[in-house]
Ligand binder design. Sequence first.
Ligand code: PXP
Length: 241
Amino acid sequence: MLRLGVNVDHVATIRNARGGTHPDPVAAAKIALAAGADGITAHLREDRRHIRDDDMRRLRREVTAPLNFEMAATSEMLELALEILPHACCLVPERRTEVTTEGGLDAAAGGSTLADYVARLRKVGIRVSLFIDPDPRQLDAAKRVGAPVVELHTGSYAHAAGSGVALELGRLKTAARHAAALGLECHAGHGLDFDNVGPVAAIPELVELNIGHFLVGEAVFGGLGGSVRTMRRLMDSARAT
Ligand code: PXP
């Protein structure tokens, strides 16, 4: 079965817009799990623009399903991961000025430093994945640095148009096959939505998809009507009494 990891980063983005506690990414994680998600993903960025340290600790404490801690390969994040001990860590590239994770990790350039991060996380039983572009050279490098899992960046596929869609889908299929041949567990994610998830979900070598921004955005449309109806009812009943 193909697992679904729900990324709750952007619940925290909405919360942080007002600096309070609502909406709570931990409460969102519980809803996602009750609705069929298999795990929860959260990215603790260096600038803490959405998920914060305390969110990560609470997700680990209050959510029983596997937690996938997305992080840059830095000593600060390594220390936190070793304290929180999530089920999994996904090492991602990070630039402070980027809007979102724009490309895969350059595992080929990461060499011994990356291998050291992978080893230190694996030593305490954390499943480590590398978020990489669907490029055979990156898969070979992921294998070399000792990562048991890769997550293929589906951003280029999600943003492709016209004939580019088939081309990018082909790259994902080839990469997933290559990962399997290398003995790497293969995940995918970024930019997936209701319209583009089908062909990716059909790739047989993939065992997990991580999806966030679209699901949180779509929840507005699924849930806004109910929120307004509840507010209307509360206002009307206050006037009636
Ligand atoms: N996987 C990884 C490694 C990511 O960095 C992200 C985005 O934080 C996702 C999956 C989810 O991408 P999206 O929010 O576009 O669904």
